[in-house]
Design a binder for this molecule. Structure first.
Ligand SMILES: [Zn+2]
Length: 136
């Protein structure tokens, strides 16, 4: 069992609305957790302590990061983190609360800013393990 941060999905994932973010480890979030930036949970943990990506959580995190984006360069780190998961899942757009998001929208900006590489955007289902900082 491991809290390794990957893009693995579980078949028996609970509804995202039943996942309590206050119980999640730091690896379940994207972002620094600074108050003004917020944290963006998108993973959940099984009773045995296994960390999984949550598809609806990922969409919610993306929508919420986009809503927070304006004029805050630090959010690029969050978008890049989430974008790698979408790439691993082979997803290019998501819907959240009736809105559609093109998750490739910021690819070139993120690559130019050094947050992403072309290689990060290759689809590699189940094999991606993001390197992260600031969490166990
Ligand atoms: Zn993640």
């Amino acid at each position: 069992m491991s809290t390794l941060h990957t893009s693995k999905l579980a078949k028996n994932a609970p509804g995202w609305d039943t996942v309590d973010p206050t119980t999640l480890p730091a690896t379940a979030f994207a972002g620094t957790g600074e108050a003004e930036m917020g944290k963006f949970p998108h993973h959940w943990v099984t009773q045995t302590g296994q960390l999984y990506l949550h598809k609806d959580g990922l969409s919610a995190a993306w929508a919420s990061a986009i809503a927070t984006t304006a004029g805050k360069p630090a959010i690029l780190d969050v978008l890049a983190h989430l974008r790698k998961h979408f790439a691993a899942l082979g997803m290019k757009e998501v819907s959240f609360l009736g809105f559609k998001y093109d998750v490739t929208e910021f690819d070139q900006a993120l690559i130019r800013a050094g947050y992403l590489t072309e290689k990060d955007l290759e689809v590699d289902v189940g094999a991606m393990a993001l390197r992260i900082t600031g969490g166990e």
